[in-house]
Design a protein around this ligand. Structure first.
Ligand code: FDA
Length: 584
């Protein structure tokens, strides 16, 4: 007999665990979350928050999305990515990033109702955690996961209350391992991994200093610093990162993983800060120093029976491209509705298999990309001539050579520009963030082949209603003058039917099939004199079905089926599709 029972026990209150708890509570599922520490994120690790993550927050409620914007540095402040010898020293190059380039900004605006922003983890985590607790999550801090055992009906998890030192057990129907990069849950669940941990050594130095005079003319969240040692370990180069504009900062600096972990005392930390800022007497307050390793490892399956892992527990990689917290929150969005449907008896347990089928490929994709982004700093060092010597004098001479009036120098300048421009795959890779298309039994094909990407899929998001893709965003307008995104019509824990004039049969079918299955299927007819109108024609251009057709959307905004036109028997068609998806 367990001491406590709950439907879902979540280990970890990081972005993955807190997002899952918030979503489950929003869907009305009993859940409990534990954290071995008494605090939430106590350093501002993740910060780049992409549009897909903001769409999850928007789905949790406009109040949640708005609170994130309130604490975030807005997109306009993020994007002049600078490469320099120090903040006060020479600037070598610059590239617009995170949607700052007008063409990229247009793509962002056309893709989503939500905006990319910079929200440190010290704000994101409390926001998600607060949302969870205020909606009914049971949260226990200073509580450590020790182990679990599962049988066909549930999971018994052993925990330790770190205040009393006493062990207790929790009986849950499902267990979620959102316990970070050293996940014990993943280990105990026997998940298999590819890749390796500890590829390079890195340190974070959090500090306060007013650096506004060095950045005011090139506002950015990332300043990349080339100094002797900048290519050792770390994330590709020395980094000065804005945490709060423009007085709180984080330096990421590498160390040689083959050497002992450096003991960075306050004096050493101040020296690194002053070197990278380039001001020897800079007034600086060191807030914390921590070391960590760059990892290159992902789980090939992310669940085992009743145990589901997510976030860094399943994808362990450097912060390049800012994918960690984002992907963790998106893992949660994929799993939470499925658990809710199964726990409410609205879907068969088979639906849960689709979590691993859909998210394990994403784990591999982002780990591979983040590590590749580190390698892609190499050409910048090479073009500057910094790989030819370790003598600082010679290195400086090689860099100076680019200023000469010679054909070789002109070639060198072109090579530097090319190498910096190629970093777009880290700093403005909209496709990496948004192009996930799922393949699983929770997606029903309409028989059409997957549309090929017409542009680089890492750089450009391509909207499609091909089943498996995220529902395209288009603004639509109500007769009372308000506007909504197509994504706003979907989500909120429900399946959604989108159709047009001539497709009223699908709306009727949604009612009938919803009643039969005991679920609420939302239905919207978009067209003239309907509640929602496609006044700009954007939805028609993106829907890829005729007016009488249907786009069926899952609670996580992914299209799960479509049909070009009305069928002879919409009820039978929708019943076939819904029972397949729900594994009934
Ligand atoms: P996370 O590690 O955050 O949380 C794990 C939770 O489990 C914690 O609450 C922990 O206490 C708990 N726990 C662990 N073991 C336990 C046990 N045995 N019992 C109970 N509780 C236990 N990402 C991003 O999206 N954008 C970005 O810009 C950046 N930038 C960035 C910069 C730097 C410098 C770093 C180091 C990292 C980033 N990241 C990032 C990555 C991001 O921080 C990371 O991916 C997320 O924190 C992962 O969230 P999780 O919830 O999976 O794990």
């Amino acid at each position: 007999m367990a001491d406590i029972t709950t439907d879902v026990l979540i280990i970890g209150t990081g972005p993955a665990g807190s997002a899952t708890a918030a979503l489950l509570s929003t869907y009305g599922v009993e859940n409990m979350v534990i954290n071995r520490y008494r605090w939430l994120a106590n350093t501002p690790r993740a910060h780049i928050t992409n549009q897909r993550t903001m769409e999850v927050l928007r789905d949790l409620g406009r109040d949640v999305e708005d609170e994130a914007y309130m604490f975030a540095a807005e997109q306009d402040l993020m994007g002049e990515n600078v490469f320099c010898t120090s903040l006060a020293g020479e600037e070598i190059g610059r590239m617009k990033s995170w949607g700052k380039h007008p063409l990229s900004r247009a793509e962002h605006q056309l893709s989503s109702p939500s905006l990319m922003n910079d929200l440190p983890q010290t704000f994101m985590e409390p926001l998600l955690f607060k949302t969870a607790c205020s909606r009914g999550t049971q949260a226990r801090m200073s509580t450590e996961y020790v182990g679990h055992e599962q049988d066909e009906n549930g999971v018994i998890t052993t925990c330790v209350d770190r205040l009393t030192g006493k062990e207790f057990t929790v009986r849950s129907k499902y267990l979620i391992g959102a316990d970070g990069g050293n996940s014990k849950v993943a280990e105990h669940a026997g998940l298999t991994f590819e890749g390796r941990m500890g590829v390079a050594g890195s340190m974070n130095i959090l500090f306060e200093a007013d650096l506004s005079r060095y950045v005011a003319h090139r506002l950015s969240v990332l300043y990349w610093v080339l100094q002797p040692g900048a290519d050792v370990g770390g994330i590709g180069m020395g980094l000065v990162r804005m945490v709060r504009p423009w007085s709180e900062w984080l330096i990421v600096w590498g160390y040689d993983i083959n050497q002992p972990v450096p003991d960075v005392d306050e004096a050493h930390a101040k020296k690194i800060v002053r070197d990278l800022v380039g001001v020897s007497d800079l007034e600086v307050t060191i807030k914390s120093v921590s070391t960590w390793t760059v990892n290159n490892m992902y789980a090939t399956t992310v669940s085992n029976g009743r145990v589901f892992c997510m976030g860094d527990a399943t994808h362990r990689h450097p912060p390049s491209n800012g994918l960690g917290s984002n992907t963790s929150i998106q893992d949660a969005f994929n799993l939470a509705w499925k658990l809710a449907y199964v726990l409410k008896g609205q879907a068969g347990e088979k639906l849960l298999d689709s979590y691993s089928a859909e998210r394990a490929p994403v784990a591999k994709q982002i780990v591979t990309r983040a590590n590749k982004s580190i390698e892609e700093f190499g050409p910048i060092f090479k073009a500057l001539g910094l790989l030819d010597s370790i003598d600082p004098v010679k290195m400086q001479q090689n860099m100076d050579a680019r200023c000469n009036n010679t054909p070789a120098a002109e070639e060198q300048r072109a090579a530097i520009r090319k190498a910096i421009a190629a970093k777009i795959y880290e700093f403005d890779a909209h496709g990496v963030e948004m192009n996930q298309r799922y393949r699983s039994d929770a997606i029903v094909t309409d028989g059409q082949p997957e549309p090929a990407f017409t542009r680089d899929p890492e750089l450009h998001f391509q909207q499609t209603t091909w089943p498996g893709a995220r529902l395209p965003h288009a603004w639509i307008f109500s007769q009372d003058g308000s506007k909504a995104s197509t994504l706003d019509l979907a989500g909120h824990g429900r399946f959604t039917v989108l159709t047009g004039i001539g497709g009223q049969g699908w709306s009727e079918a949604a009612k009938v099939v919803g009643r039969e299955l005991g679920i609420d299927i939302a239905a919207h007819v978009i067209g003239p004199r309907q509640h929602w109108q496609d006044l700009t024609g954007n939805w028609s251009n993106l829907s890829e079905v005729r007016d009488s057709g249907i786009v069926l959307v899952r609670p996580d905004h992914h299209v799960c089926w479509r049909r070009e036109t009305i069928s002879d028997d919409p009820v039978a068609e929708l019943r076939r599709v819904m029972t397949t998806i729900l594994g009934k």
